[in-house]
Design a binder for this molecule. Structure first.
Ligand code: LMR
Length: 397
């Protein structure tokens, strides 16, 4: 029966990662998959994670199951991090959270729960969005539509086009919004835009579905949660998916949550029971180790302070690299003004160059990025930035 399966094109992101690994050139540069890299091109295990792991391994005396909803300490810790410990939705018992295998597992649980609650639900995703949003959410049977988001010419959020589209969306539909560090364009909503979007969702009866996978990597842990906190304050129902892959460097441990803000405490109990039942149907129990690490870090004041320092270091490095790349490109007097890269946030920006130029950078210069010209800023360092700028200038000639 499997002979009926069709061949597939390589994954837009992981396919480039495979090409990079196969390249034997010693000077190759990876600006593709969204993992943080340090100045040496290494994706390190954070110190706070190492310390938490040692404590956990020494203390652990059983590998029995934890719970379908996962580690309760982790879930409460993530809720406080994302919504803020004093948030009215938490105080009112309006939030239901389950631990999931990464943010992708969170998206999947959320999508299935939405589908169960409202089989004809439509989710509107930004153009562009993380390439995996579409296939992942479609697997649960949800109908997807797109709304305009990024202005590729002006290199900023096209808020007028975005809101004009959302004004015409039927009440009850969901709007998938990147909480911060938009993947792939790096252009985030300002506070004013979040405020206007909250008004629009309230007035039009739309449900925000916020994917926040990079909290702490734009401006700071509190600042980056502005949109989630606002929506959870203003709207009766909000879906929030989080990830600890990037801000805690726990990629392969698969740690995230699907969190639901409901109209009241009663509805939140119902949502928790159903989200747990959905999780049981997909993977039964989430993996434990990563969530145990995060719970330990969030509960222990010293480890938490260490994490906040390490996160700040990553964020400062990313924002510094953005300015450095722009300066280096300016020195080469490229025909394109790349200053927008310094204003964007998180791991990604579009260079805005053509597919042919992206392929030349890969084939002739051994610099790998996604075909849309999305670069991972963290792949740049002080040793390779000159070469990266020279190569971009060369393909633009
Ligand atoms: C990315 O966008 O590169 C990351 O989120 C990794 C992935 O799984 O696609």
């Amino acid at each position: 029966m499997f002979e009926t399966l069709k061949p597939l094109p390589p994954d837009a992101i992981l396919g480039i990662m495979t090409l990079f690994r196969a390249d034997r050139h010693p000077g190759k540069i990876d600006l593709s998959v969204g993992v943080y890299q340090d100045e040496n091109g290494h994706t390190p295990v954070l110190q706070c994670v190492k310390r938490a792991e040692r404590t956990i391994i020494d203390a652990q005396d059983s590998k029995t199951y934890v719970a379908i909803a996962g580690n309760a300490g982790f879930n409460r810790g993530v809720e406080a991090l994302v919504y803020g410990a004093e948030h009215s939705a938490l105080k009112d018992g309006r939030v239901a959270t389950v631990q999931t295998p990464g943010g992708s597992g969170g998206l999947s649980v959320a999508a299935h729960l939405i589908q169960r609650a409202k089989p004809d639900a439509r989710v509107h995703i930004s153009d562009p969005s993380w390439p995996n949003h579409l296939p992942l959410l479609e697997l649960s049977g949800l109908q997807l539509e797109v709304y305009p988001y990024y202005d590729y010419v002006k290199h900023r959020v096209d808020f007028d086009a975005m809101t004009a589209k959302l004004e015409r969306v039927p009440a009850g539909d969901l709007v998938l919004i990147h909480g911060c560090c938009h993947n792939p364009c790096g252009a985030d909503l300002s506070k004013e835009q979040w405020n206007a979007l909250a008004d629009l969702c309230e007035r039009r009866g739309l449900v925000p579905f916020i994917d926040i996978a990079y909290q702490g990597l734009a401006e700071g842990l509190e600042e980056d949660a502005y949109g989630v906190r606002l929506m959870a304050e203003r709207l009766p129902e909000v879906v929030v998916v989080t990830s600890c892959s990037k801000n805690l460097g726990l990629y392969r441990e698969r740690v995230g949550t699907a969190s639901f803000v409901l109209a009241n405490a009663e509805a939140s109990k119902l949502a928790l029971a159903n989200a747990s039942n959905v999780a049981r149907g997909i993977y039964s129990m989430p993996p434990d180790h990563g969530a145990a690490i995060v719970a330990q870090i969030l509960l222990d004041a010293q480890l938490r302070a260490l994490w906040i320092e390490e996160l700040k270091e990553m964020r400062t490095r990313l924002n510094g690299l953005r300015r450095l790349l722009v300066d280096e490109l300016r020195e080469r007097k490229t025909p394109v003004d790349f200053s927008f890269v310094a204003n964007e946030r998180g791991l990604f920006s579009f260079l805005g160059i053509g597919k042919d130029q992206v392929i030349r950078l890969r084939d002739e210069f051994h610099i790998y990025m996604i075909e849309s010209s999305r670069i991972n800023i963290a792949g740049i360092n002080h040793a390779n930035v000159g070469y990266v700028a020279d190569s971009i200038a060369a393909v633009l000639k």
